[in-house]
Structure formats: structure tokens, C-alpha cells
Design a protein around this ligand. Structure first.
Ligand code: PEP
Ligand code: MG
Length: 555
């Protein structure tokens, strides 16, 4: 037995075999083959499997988005039947005695270069498609697994790091815990692990080698300990901790049905952060009072193409209905920075966190924005939906957003499609500019929700994705807390409410501070609801509030 150490970012003890994530698009290595006939057959088999996959995707897309939206998959099938393409690959395997993966990658490069050099813009755009179909075939040849896990038993998933788009596509029923060699505690992958209530450890470094595949491990998502082939004493210690955590959870379960109210009678709204309609189950199981942040971009990350209005409508409607009239705040897409979907074809940026992301994409691609808003307003007829906009810095952005909302509402009225005329509109306060303008912004909207993850990043000038920056990413920094106070005061002056939906909201060491500042709502991962309720119920805001404001904030 031996122990490797990382940083715990999602609490809990998990016990099981280590399994390395199988990623697509790995490097293609050129190898010599002696049996070229067998190699050509390998290619033919992979091509046939790719054709089957594309036919399946086409059927699924027709059902979900109609024939027009599904046409891409049909075009991909036609490309895979192109005789020049097929002959080019077979000739290279035969003539150069090379492996199929290499031949496919080389021929794909040649075809893509040829298409990109054409004058016709339509043909130029097909270069990406040739690469796409070729990557699919190469992935099949390399034995890449859709969803990244091919195991009959649940596993502790190990990886260098996981992108949010990879994490959302995982089969969660197969995952006991996460361990990554890199990563940051503030990344969306860590956030997703907390939302799913799965123990997670990041930053283990090179000690997490593929030689650990299949070994039994126990991980502690609080301390960051990864015990490999644990001996009896270690197993006993960690499994005891697991049992204790379960007992504590049972104790907290007794708070279900109770109010989020302080000793002196102040009520706080405790809502949940979710990333998909499936996450409503843990929200209900943990007695969440509403949804304070539905990260709608995860719907986009799960898709190979823009989710249609209908697809989005169904997702939002499901959440609204299942929450049975409780408030459901859906944030419009916050794509960009670490959350990348290829089909958006965003240009590579030097500083993506400060680039074309979130509301900036929506305001530059109004057709994408309008599709989402139509779906949101349509779903508003089925529950208490509120809409929230991310990454706001200026008053003009909010005024422009409101104009687009009015246009969408007028369209729906015209089409006699039912929707709620009074959907609440809110903004995320996650840039220092939004804090400084919060007096003016508060006059434009119905609520504020502070995104402390980004607000900390932009206030302290610390990249939240940075592997070695967690020490500097201090959400308790007085600069961040003073920003919260300023935004809260301005919200209340304008008569609107303010919440926190960043990860800091679940930090019970700050619950008393948040109450002193005047925060009205806290939106946290479902598993954090009951610990937070317990912290609120044991706080008396008449005792320390003034002292906290005097000392910590100097105001
Ligand atoms: C935040 O920035 O705090 C937030 C809630 O949004 P996200 O983490 O999705 O950027
Ligand atoms: Mg944010």
C-alpha cells in the first residue's frame, strides 16, 4: 500500500478500482504493418461502424430537431462513402505498409487542405467535416469509448484533467470518485463533481500514472488522500470516516422540511445549482427551495450541434414542472473560456476568460440568443421560471437584452404561444464593473445573483483554471467581501433581492458574514443544502453582525 496526495475539492470517501478515462483524438502514431489486407479490413470495419453511428445520430437528430437540423449527419455519411477518400486510404495502407489510423489521418489532412484552398466558401467549410469523420474513424480504430468509460463496475475515474464538455457526457452511474493529476478547485469540473455529490481530488501530479489502472484505491475528497492498495489499518480508518459521514448525513436529513431561518427569525432562500434536468432528483432529495442557477450551457456541451428550440424547451419545461411552482432561475448560455463546444467555432483567444464568452456571444449572435429565449419563455408557462444573464459589465448590455426579450415576447404573442408575461429577469454580478455599476443595474432588473467564482477571478486577477493558483484564489479576500456588501446595499436600495450562486455560498464559515451583509438567497450544490440550513438555524444575526461589518469590511 502507498499514498499519493492531491487537493480534495469535493467531500466524501470512495472505494473502488482506478480506471483511466479513455479520451478520443489521441495522437496518431505511424507503424509499419506486414499484413496490409488485414489492415485494410480493419479500416473497412471501422468505417462500417462509423456509418452505423452516423445513421443512429441522424435518426436521433431527426426526432429531436427535424430533418434540416439532422442534415449534417447525412452529409457525413455521404463523405464516408466517397470513393476517392476510401481509395486514398486503402492505397496508402497497401503502398506504404502503414497502419490504418495513420493512413486515415494523412488522407484526411490532404482532403482538408484541398478543400480549404478552394474559392467556394461552402467547400472550404467542408474541410472541418472531413476531419470530423476521419477523427470518428480513428477513434473507433483506437478503441476509444463513447462517454469515456467501458467498465461493468463503478470506478474511481482518473485523468490528467477533464474538460467540462467531457465531464457532462460521462455515465455518472459508473463513477465513484474523480482523481486528476492537474486541474483547479474552481474549475467547472470540480463544480460538477460537487453538484453530483461525487468525491473528487485534483492536482495529484505525476504520481497518478497509468500503471495504477485496475488497482484498488480509497480516496478522501476532503483531505485529498489517495490510498492505493490500502492496508487494513488505512481501510478501516477511511471506511470509518465514510460511515461517520453517512451518519452525519442522516442527522442532517432530520432538517428536511424545516425552514431556513435564523435564531432571530431571519429567513433565507436556499436554492440549488444544477447543470441538467437530471440534477432535479438530488435537489428534491435534499429539500432545495428552488433552483438558483441552472447552468444551461451544459445542454450545449452535451450536444454535437446547437440544441434546437424544441430540445431546450423540453429541458426547461421538465425542470419547471418537476420543481412544482418553486422558482427556477435559468442562466442563459455561458459558453466560452473553459466551456468550449466545437460547433460554436470560436476563435482561439489569448485570454479566453476575458474574451468572447457568455452574454458577449449572445449579443453578437442574436439568432442563438433568441432561440434560447424563445425556449425559456415558452417553458415559463409551465412553472416559475426566471431568466438570468451572465458576465454583465455594462448597463447598455442589460438594456439591449431587455429589448431582445421584448421582441421574443412579441413574436410569441403573435404566434399565440402561451408564456408568462412577467418572467423575472436577473443578472449575475461576477465582474468588478457590475459591482461598481450595481446602483444603476439594480434599476434594470428583478434580482442579482453573485457569481463569486468569476468575481474572485476578476477582482484578484487570478485565473480560476490555473493549476497552481488555488492558494491565491482567496474568495474570503476582503476585496471580494466588500464587493458583496456594495452590491447588496445597491440591490436593497432599489428594492430587489440579492443572492450568491458561486461556490462560496456553500462555505458555512461565512454564513454569518453573508447574513450580516444582507444576502437574501444562497444557491449551492444539492448536497450542501442541509449543512447550510443547519448553519443558518444556528446563527443569531443580532449578535455579531455589526462587529463583522466593522472589522471585516471596515464599513
Ligand atoms: C460564478 O462565476 O460564480 C458562477 C456561478 O458561474 P460559473 O461558475 O458557471 O462561471
Ligand atoms: Mg461565472
Amino acid at each position: 500500500m502507498y499514498t499519493i496526495q492531491g487537493k480534495g475539492v469535493s467531500k466524501g470517501v470512495a472505494n473502488g478500482p482506478i480506471y483511466f478515462y479513455r479520451r478520443g483524438g489521441g495522437e496518431v502514431v505511424k507503424t509499419a504493418v506486414s499484413d496490409t489486407a488485414a489492415e485494410k479490413q480493419r479500416f473497412e470495419d471501422a468505417r462500417a461502424t462509423a456509418m452505423e453511428q452516423l445513421a443512429g445520430l441522424y435518426e436521433k437528430a431527426v426526432a429531436e430537431v427535424g430533418e434540416e437540423g439532422a442534415a449534417l449527419f447525412e452529409a457525413h455519411q455521404m463523405m464516408l462513402e466517397d470513393l476517392d477518400y476510401i481509395d486514398g486510404i486503402n492505397d496508402m495502407i497497401e503502398g506504404e505498409s502503414v497502419n490504418a489510423e495513420y493512413a486515415v489521418s494523412q488522407v484526411a489532412e490532404q482532403f482538408a487542405a484541398m478543400l480549404a484552398a478552394m474559392d467556394d466558401a461552402y467547400m472550404q467549410a467542408r474541410a472541418a467535416d472531413v476531419k470530423d469523420i476521419s477523427n470518428r474513424v480513428i477513434g473507433i480504430l483506437q478503441g476509444v469509448v463513447a462517454g469515456g468509460i467501458d467498465s461493468d463496475v463503478p470506478v474511481i475515474l482518473a485523468s490528467d484533467d477533464l474538460a467540462p464538455s467531457e465531464t457532462v457526457q460521462l455515465d455518472k452511474s459508473k463513477i465513484l470518485g474523480f482523481v486528476t493529476s492537474g486541474g483547479s478547485g474552481n474549475s467547472h469540473t470540480a463544480i460538477l463533481a460537487r453538484t453530483m455529490g461525487i468525491p473528487a481530488i485534483i492536482g495529484v501530479g505525476e504520481a497518478l500514472s497509468e500503471g495504477l489502472e485496475g488497482k484498488t484505491a480509497i480516496i478522501d475528497g476532503e483531505t485529498g488522500e489517495v490510498a492505493i492498495d490500502p492496508d487494513d489499518a488505512t481501510s478501516e480508518r477511511l471506511l470509518k470516516k465514510q460511515a461517520k459521514e453517512r451518519a452525519l448525513k442522516e442527522l442532517l436529513d432530520q432538517l428536511k422540511g424545516q425552514e431556513n431561518v435564523t435564531i432571530d427569525g431571519r429567513k433565507v432562500m436556499v436554492y440549488c445549482n444544477i447543470g441538467s434536468p437530471d440534477d432535479v432528483d438530488p435537489v428534491l432529495a435534499n429539500d432545495g427551495g428552488g433552483i438558483g442557477l441552472f447552468r444551461s450551457e451544459f445542454l450545449y456541451l452535451q450536444n454535437d450541434d446547437y440544441p434546437s428550440e424544441e430540445q431546450q424547451f423540453q429541458a426547461y419545461k421538465t425542470v419547471a414542472e418537476r420543481m412544482g411552482g418553486k422558482r427556477v432561475i435559468i442562466r442563459t448560455l455561458d459558453i466560452g473560456a473553459d466551456k468550449q463546444a466545437d460547433y460554436f467555432q470560436l476563435e482561439k483567444e489569448e485570454n479566453p476568460a476575458m474574451g468572447l464568452r457568455a452574454i458577449r456571444i449572445c449579443l453578437t449572435r442574436p439568432e442563438v440568443f433568441k432561440t434560447q429565449l424563445r425556449a425559456l419563455y415558452r417553458a415559463s408557462a409551465y412553472g416559475k421560471i426566471a431568466i438570468m444573464f451572465p458576465m454583465i459589465t455594462s448597463v447598455w448590455e442589460v438594456q439591449e437584452i431587455k429589448r431582445i426579450c421584448q421582441a421574443v415576447k412579441a413574436e410569441l404573442r403573435e404566434e399565440e404561444i402561451p408564456f408568462n408575461e412577467n418572467v423575472e429577469l436577473g443578472i449575475m454580478i461576477e465582474t468588478p464593473a457590475a459591482v461598481m455599476m450595481s446602483d444603476r443595474l439594480a434599476q434594470e432588473v428583478d434580482f442579482f445573483s453573485v457569481g463569486t467564482n468569476d468575481l474572485t477571478q476578476y477582482t484578484l486577477a487570478v485565473d480560476r483554471q490555473g493549476n497552481n493558483l488555488d492558494k491565491f484564489f482567496d474568495s474570503h479576500h476582503p476585496a471580494v467581501l466588500r464587493m458583496l456588501k456594495m452590491a447588496a446595499d445597491n440591490a436593497h436600495k432599489a428594492g430587489i433581492w440579492i443572492g450568491i450562486c458561486g461556490e462560496l455560498g456553500a462555505d458555512v464559515t461565512l454564513t454569518e458574514t453573508f447574513l450580516a451583509i444582507g444576502i437574501d438567497e444562497l444557491s449551492v450544490s444539492p448536497s450542501a443544502v442541509l449543512p447550510l440550513r443547519s448553519a443558518i438555524r444556528s446563527t443569531d444575526t443580532t449578535v455579531n453582525s455589526q462587529k463583522i461589518l466593522d472589522e471585516l469590511l471596515g464599513c
